[in-house]
Write a new protein. Structure first.
Length: 125
């Protein structure tokens, strides 16, 4: 997904799992799916990140920036053959998985910190 209005360019990979199959997003979010046998999710994410400045420059709008889906569809990016993409994806997937795990650990740590601080605050009274 890619935000295409307001703050343009925020991206996330949404996993194709049962919990996300019925997920809906605001109009300000473009859902981008890699074409089968052409690209893969992590590669597409990195490719868009690399070209993000150019993509943001496509946005128009007088009051609020807005990236039209038609402009996004017409934006051309060169990429290697599918086999090279699959090889890269195989190498980068563990990195993305580690980042995801560390992110979950940080969230849990913050929740634990907040719980402990609230317990300490009630003990002092």
């Amino acid at each position: 997904m890619l935000t295409n209005a307001g703050t343009i360019g925020r991206m996330a990979i949404v996993k194709a799992i049962p919990e996300t199959s019925r997920t809906t997003f605001q109009k300000s979010v473009a859902i981008l799916r890699p074409k089968n046998k052409v690209a893969k999710s992590y590669y597409l994410y990195l490719l868009l990140k690399f070209h993000l400045r150019e993509i943001i420059d496509l946005a128009g709008g007088s009051t609020q920036s807005n990236l039209l889906l038609g402009d996004l569809r017409n934006y051309k990016i060169k990429y290697p053959n599918y086999e090279a993409i699959c090889a890269l994806e195989k190498n980068i997937m563990p990195i993305f998985q580690l980042v995801e795990i560390k992110g979950m650990e940080i969230k849990k740590s913050i929740m634990m910190r907040d719980l402990l601080l609230s317990k300490l605050a009630t003990l002092e009274n």
